[in-house]
Unconditional design. Structure first.
Length: 413
């Protein structure tokens, strides 16, 4: 997308919202529109010997317009959603690029700005909604990355039904992948965790069922097939158990089975779960994750694996890897600072099966501090600091990372 068109995408969309509001008030009575303004600084310092680059360091400004229309009246309702994104380079260079905030051209150059936009048509019948176009799916078999200036998204069609009480059914097919820092729609691929034989494809099929058994218990089953790459079955169980006044025990159990499709060699069983003990504004968590099979966990390129030990930098999903996590979260509302939260965790992984037959180890430590203004003129402003340290046994990246994020969500409708 050209620079002039990149700027025009956002301005045209904003103008269009005003026109719709004035001339079709009935259509937008249930509509919502938000402009997210995000300033993002990212620094990753590579600490291992012979690193390809000493550090990745970029600063960017983003504007993301999100519009969701209501539905027309009648037994079948029609609607239209729109999204527009415009990113501006504030600081970068070819030697410091690669953070995922900004595009990088084949010659290593980073553009001054970039933009992208998408439309989604939707149809509602009873409690079933069909969508076609730009999609932001969210399920165990696919969790798009949302940790940069803009999120990853897809093109395709989907259906979500809640016609049966306590049961949510979703299904669809995705045909194109638009990465978080890219404007191009590309074929879908899988990550390389010891995988061989996978091929780019325009067919990712999925279906899922989630049943709310009781107020504190839900069960889920999801299936996905990346054509000529892998099949995946994913089972989930979430349970919340009140123990006493201010005390709660939360269980998050997950099991995934991934197998080959076409000429790939995908073979993985992922067993993972987390227990969380909540006491007033304190939260303590322990998690365990184990990879079984010839390959690591299978998931789409650019997305986040739905694993309890997926952290800021690492996924701990290599062939044969076993990992455990200890996590602590605190809400400062208890001491009179509502909106301020802290999270820290440590994850250790062992028994990584290397291609040379050896076994490896790695660990990651994360520290998150967030502050969301609760009232006044700065309400909807969120400040975030993300700090991470990753170390391994010398056969991977050792790095220190800092991310500073300022986000303001401006309601328009």
């Amino acid at each position: 997308m050209s620079n002039k068109l990149a700027r025009g995408v956002l301005l045209s969309a904003l103008s269009g919202l005003l026109v719709i509001q004035n001339s079709h008030a009935d259509f937008i009575s249930d509509s919502k529109a938000t402009l997210m303004i995000r300033n993002y600084y990212y620094n990753r310092d590579f600490r291992q010997d012979n690193a390809a680059q000493s550090h990745a360091d970029e600063w960017a400004q983003g504007f993301w317009l999100k519009y969701e229309s209501g539905f027309t009246e009648g037994p079948v309702g029609f609607g239209l959603d729109a999204t527009a994104m415009w990113g501006i380079r504030l600081d970068s260079s070819p030697g410091r690029a690669g953070t995922g905030l900004l595009p990088v051209h084949n010659n290593g150059d980073v553009p001054n700005e970039y933009g992208k936009a998408g439309l989604t048509g939707k149809l509602r019948f009873a409690k079933t909604t069909l969508r076609y176009g730009t999609l932001f799916p969210m399920m165990p078999t696919l969790t798009p990355n949302q940790t940069r200036l803009f999120p990853q998204y897809f093109k395709g069609y989907s259906a979500v039904s809640q016609d049966i009480e306590n049961l949510t059914i979703n299904a669809g097919r995705l045909t194109d992948n638009i990465q978080r820092n890219s404007t191009a729609a590309k074929e879908i691929t899988m990550t390389n965790k010891g995988m061989k034989g996978g091929t780019p494809t325009d067919q990712f099929d999925y279906a899922g069922f989630k049943y709310q058994w009781s107020k504190g218990l839900s069960l889920g089953y999801d299936y996905a097939n990346l054509d000529n790459n892998y099949h995946q079955h994913y089972f989930t169980l979430n349970h919340s158990l009140p123990l006493a006044e201010g005390h709660t025990l939360v269980s998050d159990l997950r099991y995934a089975r991934s197998s080959d499709d076409g000429d790939s060699n995908v073979d993985n069983k992922a067993i993972n779960g987390m227990l969380i003990y909540k006491y007033k504004t304190h939260s303590f968590a322990l998690a365990y994750q184990k990879m079984i099979g010839d390959t690591g966990f299978a998931y789409l390129t650019g997305s986040d694996p739905y694993l309890t030990n997926f952290a800021q930098v690492n996924d701990f999903a290599n062939p044969g890897e076993k990992s455990w996590q200890a996590r602590y979260t605190y809400d400062f509302a208890a001491v009179g600072i509502p909106g301020l939260t802290l999270m820290t965790r440590y994850i250790s992984g062992t028994d990584i099966r290397r291609t040379d037959g050896s076994k490896g180890e790695e660990w990651e430590r994360d520290l998150y501090i967030d502050y969301a203004f609760q009232s006044g003129p700065l309400k909807n402003l969120v400040l975030q600091w993300r700090n991470a340290m990753l170390r391994n046994d010398g056969k991977g990246n050792d790095l220190d990372e800092n991310r500073f994020i300022i986000t303001y969500n401006l309601p328009l409708l």
